[in-house]
Structure formats: structure tokens, C-alpha cells
Design a protein around this ligand. Structure first.
Ligand code: ATP
Ligand code: MG
Length: 231
């Protein structure tokens, strides 16, 4: 992708049904996001929010309609190119049976130095993981240091804050965190995404006024879209 200042994302009448399911998961979704814009995606459970993000990283392809990145169908980009430009933090953070360092390096195209990793771990409130003699060699996952649900979320956030992709897709990054922590984490995310495109699925309305576009999905359909003042 040559012109990274024009990394818009456009959905044109996108319909999607999961393989081996009959009911539709996303029904004629259309919206457009410009490079650098922040989008909040709201909606009831099971309405299709996570599915929408899955389509952008091409874990699945639409059965109708098209998704454009910088004006071209996402199918026209190589897998590597998509990965370099778009990073998805899924709702359930996957912890690999590997060192803390490798768990942070994952999905990043550039090598991250240890000092940067330590700084980010402190920022997301995971300083305690560094208090072991193993430091960044601390083993996580099977047979390693167990992480609580909240710690797993924070590790996912550390991955995001270390990620250099210009487009970030976050699926409920603050789920399960208390309000004060949520506020702090959102502040970090928004600061990190100052020049990035951000699509964030969220249940709560914390900091919603800081988003350029709010999309409300209800039962497979995009029923409302507009700015905070418009809605
Ligand atoms: P939540 O707020 O609970 O995360 P959501 O809005 O993210 O909900 P999705 O996960 O996108 O909702 O699910 C939308 C629909 O697609 C639901 O009916 C769900 O059962 C179905 N679905 C989700 N993932 C799959 C899958 N891997 N295979 C088949 N159906 C799926
Ligand atoms: Mg979801």
C-alpha cells in the first residue's frame, strides 16, 4: 500500500453468513471510515460486532457486497500486507505458551526492544510480572505463570500499545475492568491511536464523545451511524 494517508475502510452493502449456519450474521452493512478516524461500535450481545471486525482482517469473506481498503477490495491485498496495516485485538486474548517477551512481540512487524516492553507493561499495570527473576523471559501459558482474566486483557492491551499498524481493531478492550481502570486504559489507547484509524467495539459509553463516528449495530443491521452530537 503506497499512500498510507489514504487508508480508508469502506463497507458497501456487506452481507455475511457463517459457514454451516443458515441465519445471516451481518445484513447489508455500509459505512466508511477515513484514515485517522476513531469509530465506536456499539450494540447488544450477539448483534454482529465481533463478526464485523473478523471480516476486516479476512478471517471470513462477505457473501455479498464488498469491503474496500484505500479504495481497493481487501481481497486484492496480500495476507502479509493486510497484517502489516491492520491489527485486531480479539475479545478473548490468546496467551501463547512462550515467554512474556514473545507474547508481546507477536504480530508485530518490527522488533520491539526490551526497555520499550517494560515501559508498556508498567503503563498497563502489569509491573508485577517483571518482579520475577526471569524478567521478560517469564514463561506464560501452559505450565507457566497463570494470568487472571484482567491480566490477560492488560497483556492484550500491551500488545496493542506496542503495535505499529496504522489501523487498529479492538474488540471490547476494557471488558471486565473497573471504571477507573477503563478510563485510564481508554486514555492510553486514544493517545496511542492519535494518528491511527481505530475501530473499537464497546459495551459502555465511557469517553464516547472522543470518537468521530458511532455505529450502532442491532440484530445484524447497522441501525444508526453518526457523531456523538448527532446521535
Ligand atoms: P458480543 O457482544 O456478545 O460479543 P457480538 O455483537 O460480537 O456479541 P458476534 O460474535 O459477532 O456478536 O455474533 C453474531 C452472530 O454470529 C451470533 O448469532 C453468533 O452466534 C454468531 N457467530 C459468532 N461467531 C460464530 C462462529 N465462529 N461460527 C458460527 N456462528 C458464529
Ligand atoms: Mg463480540
Amino acid at each position: 500500500i503506497e499512500n498510507t494517508t489514504a487508508l480508508s475502510i469502506t463497507f458497501n452493502n456487506v452481507c455475511f453468513t457463517y459457514p454451516e449456519r443458515e441465519d445471516i450474521a451481518l445484513n447489508t452493512i455500509s459505512f466508511s471510515v477515513l484514515q485517522g478516524e476513531k469509530v465506536a461500535i456499539l450494540g447488544k450481545t450477539g448483534s454482529g460486532k465481533s463478526t464485523l471486525l473478523q471480516l476486516i482482517v479476512r478471517n471470513y469473506d462477505p457473501i455479498q457486497g464488498e469491503i474496500l481498503l484505500a479504495g481497493k477490495p481487501i481481497q486484492s491485498y496480500s495476507e502479509q500486507s493486510l497484517r502489516q496495516h491492520i491489527c485486531l485485538l480479539t475479545q478473548r486474548v490468546h496467551i501463547f505458551s512462550d515467554t512474556l517477551r514473545n507474547n508481546l512481540q507477536i504480530a508485530n512487524s518490527q522488533l520491539i526492544n526490551d526497555e520499550k516492553m517494560r515501559d508498556i507493561l508498567k503503563l498497563v499495570g502489569l509491573k508485577n510480572l517483571l518482579e520475577q527473576p526471569e524478567d521478560l523471559d517469564l514463561w506464560l501459558g501452559d505450565g507457566g505463570r497463570p494470568l487472571s482474566g484482567g491480566e490477560q486483557r492488560r497483556l492484550g492491551l500491551a500488545r496493542i500499545l506496542l503495535n505499529d499498524a496504522p489501523i487498529l481493531l479492538l474488540d471490547e478492550p476494557t471488558e471486565g475492568l473497573d471504571r477507573e481502570t477503563e478510563r485510564q486504559i481508554l486514555k492510553l489507547i486514544l493517545a496511542h491511536c492519535q494518528h491511527k484509524t481505530l475501530l473499537m467495539v464497546t459495551h459502555r459509553l465511557t469517553a464516547i464523545e472522543q470518537f468521530d463516528l458511532i455505529c450502532i449495530i442491532d440484530d445484524t443491521k447497522l441501525i444508526e451511524q453518526g457523531s456523538y452530537t448527532e446521535l
